[in-house]
Design a protein around this ligand. Structure first.
Ligand SMILES: *Cc1c(COP(=O)(O)O)cnc(C)c1O
Length: 368
């Protein structure tokens, strides 16, 4: 079933109190409604509905609790100056959700239908899109295996949910460089594993390293490849870029790196600006060597939550390097301003990335 008009809507009788939009934390508050759709073998995806946000009722033997068959996405909606709601490249998230589904043996969803369902949910909860500087509505689509069964096999039942959370600026004092510890003991992913799928298990496996980085006074981990512990993969939950001697480089996709939509957007913008960019293997030795030679000009992470996160310091094998005197680099700043401007509709959008999700002017007809 993929008819957008067939989504059943059951509105809440009592709206929740909204948190003050100038004091939002990340991921703590959720809107009034959520989208749900069921899957059953033989029946396919069915019973698409928007219902009041509420706890789930699942059997304790639901397979997701035991075998971790789950995938998720993360994207944001923004309010533009006319009070309309914009989504940033939502089709890319639904495409990636299907790539993750494929890796985790979860049935494919109808990507177009999922985007339409999301727009419908936003129409209903549009008052939850915050309007302060740096704020947005964070959107979390996810799928879990629900069949009550103990046994290792793909589940025969699933549920697809979309929940939404108004969030504040990721960094309270604007973009400020973060400190990163290079992880040489634990790895996030290996070739042939699930590194390029957005699945909860990858995060469960990353917590130990994150904890050790924090213990050293660093906010995030830089992951090296799982075979040689030599080549750079990602930072925390972001992709990573470097500017070395005038050239921008980022690790090439190798099957264990998560293919970020922000990464893809950054690559397209840099090429659009006619700046030199290469996707290739980047070793941690090369980065420390470039720094010694005074050629490491910038480093930054890219991801939906922070958009662009400049890196001010790396720590690896008892050695610490400081970049740009802990100040945000020029490319990082230009990318941040351009991307957030496109997302909020305040700067030209040459690639048509920002999609209207809800028009204030259509208020009278949009919601039934
Ligand atoms: C989601 C994610 C990213 C960033 O992807 P975006 O689409 O840019 O938000 C990077 N690395 C990991 C491990 C992720 O889970």
């Amino acid at each position: 079933m993929n008819d957008y008009d067939q989504i059943k809507v059951h509105l809440t009788s009592k709206s929740k109190e909204k948190p003050p939009f100038d004091k939002l934390q990340f991921g703590r508050n959720f809107t009034d409604h959520m989208f749900v759709m069921d899957y059953k073998e033989g029946l396919g995806w069915h019973d698409a509905r928007i219902i009041p946000y509420q706890p789930l009722q699942l059997d304790p033997s639901a397979m997701v609790f035991h075998y971790g068959q789950s995938v998720f996405e993360g994207l944001k909606a923004y309010l533009n100056t006319d009070g309309d709601v914009l989504l940033f490249r939502p089709s890319e998230n639904m495409k990636r959700l299907n790539r993750s589904n494929n890796r985790l043996c979860i049935p494919q969803i109808d990507e177009e239908f999922a985007v339409e369902a999301l727009k419908r949910l936003i129409q209903i909860d549009h008052e939850w899109v915050p309007n302060g500087e740096g704020t947005s509505l964070y959107i979390r689509p996810f799928i879990i295996s629900t069949e009550p069964f103990l046994g290792v096999a793909p589940s025969k039942a699933y549920q697809f949910y979309i929940i939404m959370s108004p969030v504040g600026a990721y960094y309270k004092e604007g973009i400020n460089p973060v400190k990163i510890a290079v992880q040489s003991e634990f790895v996030r992913a290996v070739k042939g594993g699930t590194g390029n799928a957005k699945t909860g298990g990858n995060y469960a496996a990353s917590l130990k390293a994150q904890e050790s980085a924090e213990g050293l006074g660093y906010s995030q981990v830089l992951w090296l490849d799982g075979n040689e512990h030599k080549y750079i993969e990602e930072v925390g939950s972001m992709n990573v870029f470097f500017k070395i001697d005038g050239e921008i480089v980022t690790p090439e996709l190798n099957g264990s790196i998560l293919e970020g939509i922000t990464r893809n957007s950054v690559i397209k913008l840099i090429k659009h600006w006619n700046l030199p960019l290469t996707e290739r293997k980047v070793s941690i030795d090369e980065i420390f060597e470039a720094h010694k030679q005074g050629k490491l000009e910038e480093a930054f992470g890219t991801g939906t939550a922070a958009v662009i996160s400049p890196i001010g310091e790396f720590f690896w094998q008892d050695e610490k390097i400081v970049l740009n005197d802990h100040k945000t680099g020029k490319i990082a700043k230009q990318l941040y301003e351009t991307l957030t401007g496109i997302q909020k509709g305040t700067v030209p959008d040459p690639f048509g990335w920002s999609i209207p999700a809800y028009n204030t002017s259509k208020k009278a007809t949009a919601v039934n």
